[in-house]
Design a protein around this ligand. Sequence first.
Ligand code: CP
Ligand code: NVA
Length: 302
Amino acid sequence: MKKDLLNVYDLELADFEKIWAKAKRLKKSLKEGKSHASLKGKTLGMIFDKSSTRTRISFEVGMYQLGGIALFLNSRDTQIGRGETISDSARMMSRYLNGIMIRTFAQKSVEELAHYASIPVINGLTDLLHPCQILSDLFTIKEKKASYDKLKIVYIGDGNNIANTWIEAAARLPIELALACPEGYDPDRKIMARGKKEAKEGITLYRDPFEAAKNADVLYTDVWVSMGQESEKEERKKIFKNYQINKRLLKEAKKDAIVMHCLPAHRGEEISSDVIEGSQSVVIDQAENRLHVQKAILEILL
Ligand code: CP
Ligand code: NVA
């Protein structure tokens, strides 16, 4: 595997399998109460420029369970927040730490950090991508559906970091991806162009969520308003109002379709309360798997 995990393209086919096989073993051994201190003495720095519940907890607990420690570095409390350069931060942190996980705004900042750091850098979400999320979601799909081969994954909503990362995944793996986004809120143009060219089973962008959802094996959504877009909230609520996973939309999907959401969710916006609480929703298992999959990533990279 490459030194860093900045996007899905950083992974070769064999890397996906390696991560999931390890995650499966780590999950099993944790459930059996076995300790597995493979990262004893190792340290992960976690830089956060945005809020987080799952990413912070799963990385921090993951490091602890593997025998290492994680440091929560809120950029407001570090010199990064006062303008210390990424290059200085990266080189200096490389002398203390064994790895860095970063959640920030610009993908370019993560790339710069990785360029200057001699230790692995893991993208814990940017405005553009959220690779740890989709890697662990694919693991969840494998658990629920045995395999993701040829499955139809339907993403409803904003063409944001989650949508972009699904496109990268569909360029690498044999999944069929359909997205339904309102006009003006499409996924990143470059990511879409490359994704379409390299897609194994096709990537299609729809305007109509009902058309996209036909025969879905997985119905997936994310918030209408991502972190950093708070000022657009009222406008977005109007534009996205028909882009909701609800009972009516679920009828278009296969009978055994599963419903996924990276969380946090806004009931009554991108997903209805009855569907997220319903029998087809796997969102809590999905959140749990962040822990197991990221532990696998940490073990491989660190
Ligand atoms: N899904 C996800 O990354 O959640 P957090 O924002 O809580 O980390
Ligand atoms: N698209 C969301 C994902 C949160 C995990 C955001 O960027 O806020």
